[in-house]
Ligand binder design. Structure first.
Ligand SMILES: [Zn+2]
Length: 122
């Protein structure tokens, strides 16, 4: 295979091949972009962050974030479709919480590191 050569040469090209190999797989970057797209809305970040600390129903979440239930439901659907939260039905009530996944935990940490606050629950 032909060695990839950049238009500008700034020295040893040890990592150039590795970088190019990664760049040639757009789908891996697409996954990252889709994950961050889930957090491109302040309300969704607030709801996701809340659900990292407790399990709640739509009505209580709406009260806590001071938004209408339909608006909260809309965000919950997106977060759930993206795999960041899960739901559990108990009788007539549906409870939501952050998914127990590495991705979800990492985003929780990242959000708090960005906010520079300490976690009250963990
Ligand atoms: Zn936390």
């Amino acid at each position: 295979m032909e060695k990839f050569v950049l238009p500008h040469h700034h020295g040893e090209g040890q990592t150039e091949e590795y970088l190019q190999k990664q760049l040639d797989r757009p789908e891996t970057f697409q996954n990252v972009a889709e994950t961050f797209r889930l957090l491109d809305d302040t309300s969704r970040v607030r709801i996701f962050w809340l659900l990292c600390h407790c399990e709640e129903c739509v009505i209580n979440i709406s009260a806590m974030v001071d938004m209408s239930s339909p608006a909260v439901s809309h965000h919950l659907r997106q977060l759930k479709a993206g795999g960041l939260i899960v739901s559990r039905r108990e009788g007539k009530e549906v409870y939501y919480r952050a998914a127990d996944t590495e991705e979800s935990r990492l985003l929780h940490q990242t959000i708090e590191q960005i906010m520079e606050i300490s976690c009250p629950a963990r």
